[in-house]
Design a protein around this ligand. Structure first.
Ligand SMILES: *Cc1c(COP(=O)(O)O)cnc(C)c1O
Length: 454
């Protein structure tokens, strides 16, 4: 019997609209608040940072948002992306489970990030913005935005977390090739960066610090806006194209997932894959368990608290109700740079609070072990971030090998690791360490919450 390995969609089946899950939820998520007045943030507060179209998407109650034709046109360079049955991995594990992965590494930047970078660049260009600033952790988001800005003729300036800047020089080259300017963060270009450097000249940086720098620069110039690669509602909205395609592809082979598993940094690839399936689950049409996997070094869902906190380290952003380790928390420099964030998307945090998803944390060596097994069986070298999801998929498939359960596991292989070979060197040479995260470090960061009463 021939069973499909690679499940492809025709270009004509490219989704034409994004899915907004908010109205399907039993309760709406709490709004972002202005840090001084504690009133809900309005469009005027956000206008210096984002174009109006994205602000509209941030607060929309519509179930679907049409994808503009120029955006679809860029997407056609690599979308629809393949869904692949991991038969060789299944065989190596001796499992009766069926493992499917949605592969987002086929994009120009090598991850899911262009799914939101392209519409963000489009809406900014449409409004007459000339320059975008942003932060990047592992370099994935910065390269996605650099690519997207090149498509729509925008300048792009990127603050890259120092730890990644040193570990991944070729991500920087990639951004520069697409025409972007790149700073190591903390940098001496901004007030926020200079403040951190004065306290700690060797700071490895963090996403929170880099966000402060990029936001500061966007606020300083009229022709400049800021772009965020995760966390916000409009970013999660754009990523739902992953799940909409995956739904069609699973249906094509007559499968429904029993477990959907994804890695979470700010939550966007996980939400992008899972929200269309969660829509089906809430409507009673399927019943998958949906599980987020985060690193033990930045465990915002599993060890953080659910409260209002800043999205960045310096405290420039609105207050977001989310699972947080405290905005001053700086995660250890694990290789999965895209997962080193103190908070979690407010929408995903809310959905977690509603009990609609689960979360677990994994140490990096177990993740790389799964990543290497995946590379040796399936061929693709995963980015360090999705190895977290693979570790849980492997764990579950091994459990099925013991119980004989024929579970269907679906995961997002949200990026390839071709720029992360230093991390693999580290793992293969046996030098990689797992970081213990003492409770005291979390407690300490939580003493500096902006308003513990909220
Ligand atoms: C940015 C990134 C992540 C983390 O961000 P999410 O918003 O949680 O998806 C994970 N994997 C890859 C490959 C990334 O580039």
């Amino acid at each position: 019997m021939a069973v499909a390995t690679k499940i492809l969609l025709d270009e004509s089946e490219l989704p034409r609209r994004w899915y907004n899950i908010i109205s399907a939820l039993p309760a709406p998520p709490p709004p972002p608040l202005h840090p001084a007045t504690l009133a809900p943030v309005g469009p005027d507060d956000l206008a210096p940072l984002f174009p109006m179209a994205l602000i509209g998407q941030e607060v929309t109650g519509d179930d679907y948002v049409d994808i503009p034709e120029p955006v679809l046109d860029v997407f056609r360079l690599w979308r629809p992306t393949p869904l692949i049955r991991a038969r060789r991995l299944e065989r190596a594990l001796g499992t009766p489970a069926r493992i499917y992965y949605k592969y987002e590494g086929v994009s120009p930047a090598g991850s899911h990030k262009p799914n939101t970078a392209v519409p963000q660049a489009f809406y900014n260009a449409e409004q007459g913005v000339r320059r975008l600033t942003t932060e990047t952790g592992a370099g994935q988001w910065g390269s996605a935005l650099a690519f997207a800005c090149a498509q729509f003729g925008l300048e792009c300036e990127v603050w890259m977390v120092r730890a990644s800047y040193d570990q991944k020089p070729y991500r920087r080259s990639l951004m520069q090739t697409w025409g972007a300017t790149v700073h190591a963060s903390p940098s001496d270009v901004t007030e926020a960066g200079r403040k951190i450097l004065a306290d700690e000249p060797d700071s490895p940086g963090s996403l929170g610090i880099a966000i402060s720098e990029a936001v500061e620069q966007a606020g300083a110039r009229d022709d400049t806006r800021y772009a965020l690669g995760s966390v916000l509602n409009h970013v999660l909205l754009h990523q739902t194209i992953i799940g909409e395609e995956a739904l069609k592809q699973m249906a094509q082979v007559g499968e429904q997932p029993d477990l959907i598993v994804g890695c979470t940094g700010g939550g966007s690839n996980f939400a992008g894959l899972s929200f269309p399936f969660l829509r089906e689950k809430l409507a009673g049409r399927m019943d998958p368990v949906i599980r987020a996997v985060e690193p033990t070094a930045a465990p915002s869902l599993t060890r953080g608290i659910y409260t209002y906190d800043f999205g960045d380290t310096a405290g420039f952003t609105p207050l977001l109700k989310m699972h947080t380790l405290g905005h001053t928390f700086v995660p250890d420099p694990i290789h999965a740079g895209g997962l080193r964030y103190h908070g979690m998307s407010p929408l995903l945090s809310h959905i977690y609070e509603l009990g609609l998803i689960e979360a677990v944390a994994k140490p990096q060596r177990e993740c790389f072990e799964a990543g290497v097994l995946f590379a040796r069986t399936e061929g693709i070298v995963p980015a360090p971030e999705p190895t977290h999801a693979l570790a849980v998929a492997v764990e579950e498939a091994r459990r099925c090998a013991e119980t004989g359960e024929e579970k269907v596991i679906l995961t997002a292989l949200c990026g390839h690791g071709h720029f992360d070979m230093t991390a693999y060197d580290h793992y293969l040479s046996g030098e990689m360490e797992d970081f213990e995260l003492p409770e005291q470090r979390i407690e300490q960061a939580l003493t500096r919450l902006p308003n513990p009463q909220l």
